[in-house]
Design a binder for this molecule. Structure first.
Ligand code: ADP
Ligand code: MG
Length: 240
């Protein structure tokens, strides 16, 4: 099966010479729930920015469902939904319009766009806020609005950049449930996070990135097993 996402030897040097990505490679299989875990400044948002062509890459290759983004970005884009780390919608637009307009960018006819927007705003508990402008929504609601917007063209791969940062525990759990269900229904999901427990609660596979390098790429289960063993050995060698 073709991977949902292939990244080969991806490098990013920002203007000024800072190397944010130092030749990372990773593969995410179709149907996976994948975590890109790493501390602030590791290169997570840079990676996602490159996948959705908001950030130019220095070298390397990115393919989405086998389509190289350099060769056919429009083709690749159809399969991707992105929930960026920063709120990037028009704060003066109403929630419903934000989602419907996004559908328009994908060439979805108006009637279907409305139907889809209603479907996803309902799923995300925002239907009663449809006529509220973005700036009046809480942080958690804004995040959910961006998820609805990212799903309106029903992409096969949903990528979320730190979707639960700054979201309270209750809202975090309901977002987790929503994402789990979406994944069970067949959508491949990648999320970035700096919470290991979030990766543990949601994801099957994980890559850990620090200083622009992938230092781990395995199943979450194997990683936790290894971590526990290391903690155990550490405890034996150096009891406190
Ligand atoms: P993360 O999302 O993992 O927190 P980022 O990908 O946002 O990390 O950033 C990785 C590194 O690249 C950081 O050191 C950040 O300061 C740097 N960086 C990000 N954007 C730019 C930019 N536009 N110009 C220069 N450096 C940048
Ligand atoms: Mg980031």
């Amino acid at each position: 099966m073709i991977p949902a996402l292939t990244i080969e030897n991806l490098s990013k040097e920002y203007t000024g010479g800072f190397r944010a990505l130092k030749g990372i490679s990773l593969e995410v299989q179709q149907g996976d729930f994948f975590a890109l875990l790493g501390p602030n400044g590791a290169g997570k948002s840079t990676t996602i920015g490159i996948i959705c062509s908001l950030v130019s890459k220095t070298s390397g290759r990115v393919a989405v469902y086998g389509t190289d983004i350099d060769v056919d970005f429009a083709g690749a884009k159809k399969n991707i939904g992105i929930v960026p780390q920063e709120f990037n919608f028009n704060m003066f637009e109403k929630a419903l319009d934000i989602v419907v307009n996004q559908a328009g960018y994908y060439g979805i006819p108006p009637l279907l766009a409305h139907k889809r927007a209603e479907k996803y705003l309902r799923k995300l508990g925002l239907w009663d806020k449809r006529n509220v402008s973005g700036r009046m929504l809480s942080g958690g609601m804004k995040r959910r609005l961006m998820i609805a917007r990212a799903l309106v063209h029903e992409p096969r791969l949903l990528i979320l950049d730190e979707p639960t940062a700054g979201v309270d525990i209750e809202m975090r759990r309901s977002m987790w449930d929503f994402l789990k269900e979406l994944n069970e229904d067949g959508t491949t999901i990648i999320l970035t996070t700096h919470y290991l427990e979030e990766a543990e609660a949601l994801c099957r596979n994980i890559a850990i990135i620090t200083n622009g390098e992938i230092v781990e790429h395995s199943s979450v289960r194997d990683l936790l097993r290894r971590l526990h063993r290391e903690v155990f050995i550490f405890d034996c060698v150096d009891p406190l």
